[in-house]
Design a protein around this ligand. Sequence first.
Ligand code: BG6
Length: 510
Amino acid sequence: MTLKNHHETPGRSLLMMIFGGTGDLTHRKLLPAMYHLIAEGRLPEECSVISIGRRDLTEAEYREQARASVKEHSRSGVDEQHMERFLSKLHYKRMEFISDPGSYAEFREWLEKNESLYKAPAVRLFFLAVAPEFFGLIVQRLRQNQLIVKRNPDHRVMIEKPFGSDLASARELNATITEALDEKQVYRIDHYLGKEMIRNILAIRFGNSIFEPLWNHHYIDNIQITSAETLGVEGRGAYYEQSGILKDMLQNHLLQILALITMEPPADLMPESIRDEKVKALRALRRYEPVGVCAGIAMGQYGPGTSLGKPVPGYRVEPDVAPDSTVPTYIALRASVDNFRWGGVPIYIRAGKRLDRRRTQIVIEFKRLPGVNYYQEFREQPPNLLVIEVQPAEGMYFQINAKKPGNEFRMNQVELNYSQNIRFQGNVPEAYEQLILEAFRANSSLFTRWDELEQSWQFVESVEQMCAEGGQAFPNYAAGSRGPARADRLLHEEGREWREIDLPESARNH
Ligand code: BG6
């Protein structure tokens, strides 16, 4: 059963243009994604991928590089026949797209010639996989050279993060972009929205009758969103010094998860209806007061330690990082969505680099029953938990209390468990595949609308302002550890604890 597509692009061919065609993102994610989409027949036969880069490469050389990258990064290995078909649709255009404004007119001529070879009218999908400072410039030039025409729904631009480096620069970038394009033509990427289990959140919430009646402050004690990574900054020190965990993870991925978990049911499944509800939730997200004291927030930065059995350096000695950097690589905070549904329910969020595990997980902790019956006799019973496991395993489980088998009447906890990548192992499309496909289908529900971003930036700035005076001595956690102790205290002070949910045995092997 498939979702009725409110947003097909029927009878169209596709011209996918990648600015930054020789970059890391293109090789690691975009080319493999295009390979799979083409191999699986999910795109029209009339489809070209045009990588645009500044390097002097012949098409043949570029194709060989692409072959190697797809082989290395494909999610399920490659098939030679499909590979040849993919490569035949792949082109390389050398273009000085920053230093030479004239190169766009030339490119347009080339593109129009190729476009006219297709029978079906083409969707022009531009993917900006370049440094963020060039987003505005490229969009302007595309518009000036009629490579994109404002309000033409077949001309679309996908923009990578970060969208701005603060609220003011995000507004400025948005002004430039909306001068050239209608909001409907802009696809701002948050790759978390393409992840299988993130896409599943609304299906779980609104596709079952059992959750919605309980999904509020009457029954839910708290919500925990965790994103733990074992990786450090991986050679991206210069970027990370500007962004830190707040802008790298919180402003986008984590607040998007929060919005999906807390939003009201949309009137229908149209992209704008979903985004309207998300933005309302983000608007209700309480901003922090600019008191200069970092209350209710724990920040951290990793020092040297051992990660996955190997000694690793601390953040301050990573390349391009200042030796006295105060940029946080970890954050834990208590957020509140101040509306009728969520008033009084803490939403704890934590994320960090170089932790002891890689895991993205959402835990909904239900309220305990008052001390009667089973709760009186078995006081130590844990609360019911609904766990949505985003990665590395994908699935969900519901933790309940039940009688332990045997003569003695004892209670224990059991999990009703659904592990998705066991059932569909190897077939889970990567986020970028989904995102490219949905952009081709003009389904913008998997992309962030400007007003969502604006709300997220406001929240993040309120965190920054509140914590402006710092006060937390860095580094304060060892690489490979659970993170700073302060993150645990944050919950202990409120009589709660982080739920460290280990996967059931069956899911752990994957
Ligand atoms: C990116 C961040 O947006 O998300 C990275 O810039 C981070 O720093 C990454 O590692 C995490 O994504 P994933 O898909 O590995 O959870």
